[in-house]
Design a protein around this ligand. Structure first.
Ligand SMILES: Cc1cc2nc3c(=O)[nH]c(=O)nc-3n(C[C@H](O)[C@H](O)[C@H](O)COP(=O)(O)O)c2cc1C
Length: 183
């Protein structure tokens, strides 16, 4: 069986981002049949509808090519002010506008999120689902992963060590694999 290629990115640029930590843990516990490539969004410019289509900045071109080539996405994002981060929204806008072409249409997306607070990105993920609906993507509805009080669940070197959260990520990856197989 060929592997399904999953592209993962975090809605945070922070070096010690808990959300990138979730993606890194996912890459360590992948079920057979999935490969995960984690990409950084640091060099993606702010969305500009005037950007000439035939001269996209390299990072943006690469981002769009990687999305097009991926069988699915795995997004881990913090919640900023009860919503998704500007970094994530900006990237999704570049991937979906009519001007540059909606490459998110029909894309299967697994989502998770970690915050330092008690709500574990619940509100942010609801907004993310709304955005994914607008751009015609196909988010998995279950399992939901809301990682609360993230500061307590990572070790000093930034590795996720909480076994319950690791189990949840395994469940999400299995659900993603099953969804891809059924496609
Ligand atoms: C501008 C801003 C707004 C934030 N708003 C929220 C929020 O609404 N809810 C929440 O749980 N945490 C909020 N936080 C805290 C983040 O959850 C916390 O910084 C988290 O560690 C960010 O994720 P990261 O570690 O992946 O960068 C906010 C942080 C920033 C910088």
């Amino acid at each position: 069986m060929n592997n399904f290629h999953v592209l993962g990115f975090a809605g945070s640029l922070r070096v010690r981002s808990y959300n990138r930590g979730l993606l890194e843990k996912a890459s360590e516990i992948l079920p057979e049949g999935l490969v995960l490539e984690i990409m950084e969004l640091n060099d993606i410019p702010l969305y500009n509808d005037d950007q000439p289509k035939d001269n996209l900045p390299e990072a943006l071109k690469e981002f769009r090519e990687k999305i097009t080539g991926a069988d699915a996405l795995l997004i881990a994002s913090p919640e900023y002010n009860y919503s998704i981060t500007g970094v994530l929204k900006n990237a999704l806008d570049w991937a979906s506008s009519n001007t540059f072409g909606n490459i998110m249409k029909g894309k299967i997306v697994a989502i998770m999120g970690a915050s330092r607070g008690l709500f574990g990105t619940t509100r942010g993920q609801l907004h993310l689902r709304q955005v994914l609906h607008a751009i015609d993507a196909r988010p998995l509805s279950r399992p939901e992963i809301f990682v609360r009080k993230a500061g307590d669940l990572f070790d000093d070197s930034g590795h996720l060590v909480d076994t319950a959260t690791i189990e949840k990520i395994k469940e999400l990856l299995t659900a993603l694999l099953e969804t891809l197989k059924a496609k």
